[in-house]
Write a protein that binds this ligand. Structure first.
Ligand code: NDP
Length: 288
């Protein structure tokens, strides 16, 4: 293989294993390390080299990929091997906050380690498939050099030199996802008391939510312009709708815990005199 590289994967949870296996299938030499033994059996059977320590895994690797639980575990694993990592390229695919990514980048710079942060927009089963996307930010040179490997995992997009950018996008997307999942749970709870299964609800929710996502670019224009004037469904309308949905939740003998913060944001806008404006104005209520 003309461009075979030595890839070190630190952390063999579900995601680290998927990344390591994909790199192996891509024809690279893969060295793997995990804190607890036994997670590398399939990988070793498929041709990966088991490393006894993180330093053994990282030594002379072309690319070191960290995929650990959180920022604290990344620090715990990487800090003792700073000298080994010096002059190598480090891609941290652990989910961290933007500030944590910047801290790791500063630490890496201080040890001559080229650092790229990544936010994985996929679950392990998706890695290596067409639906997986990974967002990157940090050292542009590392992104360019590592690209043939990164492209194996999923579509790779470089967002910029600020190491926190990938994490900022990652967590913004996850915030939207969790709010949607919680909304589904709220609706499922309300329908359950009417004897409707969550499975039936899901069949209706998928096309409905898919159709509703088409309004996001229009809402984005309002947010970006700061001009929230609208001819349709202003905040007065949405307040009446949310009040009725909360009453409906009560009738269904469920709490409205998922809806309450949304209703509070809408109520606040209306109380502040913005009832004629669009729902998207609640974003102003999320400012510090
Ligand atoms: P897992 O919980 O399956 O694995 C966590 C890994 O971190 C294990 O290898 C674990 O080692 C290791 N670890 C935890 N604490 C320490 C520590 N103090 N020192 C050394 N190693 C430690 O998580 P995933 O593999 O699923 O996720 C890994 C990262 O990928 C996370 O940041 C996650 O947010 C991100 N991610 C995961 C997605 C998913 O769907 N799974 C989706 C997108 C991102 P041990 O086996 O010894 O416990």
């Amino acid at each position: 293989m003309p461009d075979q590289r030595t890839i070190s994967v630190l952390g063999l949870g579900a995601m680290g294993r998927a990344l390591a296996m994909t790199a192996l299938h891509g024809g690279h030499r893969v060295r793997v390390w995990n804190r607890t033994g036994g997670k590398d059996i399939e990988l070793v059977a498929a041709g990966a080299d088991r490393a006894a320590t993180p330093a053994d895994a990282a030594a002379d690797a072309d690319l070191v990929i960290a995929c650990l639980l959180d920022h604290a575990s990344v620090q715990a694993v990487l800090e003792p091997i700073a000298a080994t990592l010096s002059h190598t390229a480090l891609v941290d695919l652990t989910s961290t906050t933007p500030e944590e990514a910047r801290q790791l980048a500063d630490w890496a710079r201080g040890h001559d380690i080229a650092h790229l942060d990544g936010g994985i927009m996929a679950v392990p089963d998706m890695i290596g498939g067409p639906a997986a996307a990974i967002l990157y930010s940090g050292d542009a040179g590392t992104f360019a050099t590592a690209r043939p490997v990164l492209d194996l995992f999923g579509s790779a997009e470089y967002l910029g030199a600020d190491p926190g950018l990938a994490a900022a996008h990652d967590f913004a997307l996850l915030a939207a996802m969790y709010a949607m999942f919680a909304g589904f749970a709220q609706g499922a709870a309300m329908l359950r008391s009417a004897g409707v299964s969550a499975t039936d609800f899901a069949e209706r929710a998928v096309p409905w939510l898919t159709a509703m996502t088409r309004s996001l670019p229009g809402q984005a224009l309002l947010v970006d312009s700061g001009d929230y004037r609208t001819d349709v469904q202003n905040l007065h309308f949405n307040k009446a709708a949310l009040d009725a949905i909360v009453r409906s939740a009560r009738e269904a003998e469920t709490t409205a815990d998922v809806l309450r913060p949304v209703k509070a944001l809408v109520d606040e806008q209306v109380a502040d005199g913005h009832g004629e404006l669009a729902f998207a104005r609640i974003v102003e209520g999320l400012r510090p």
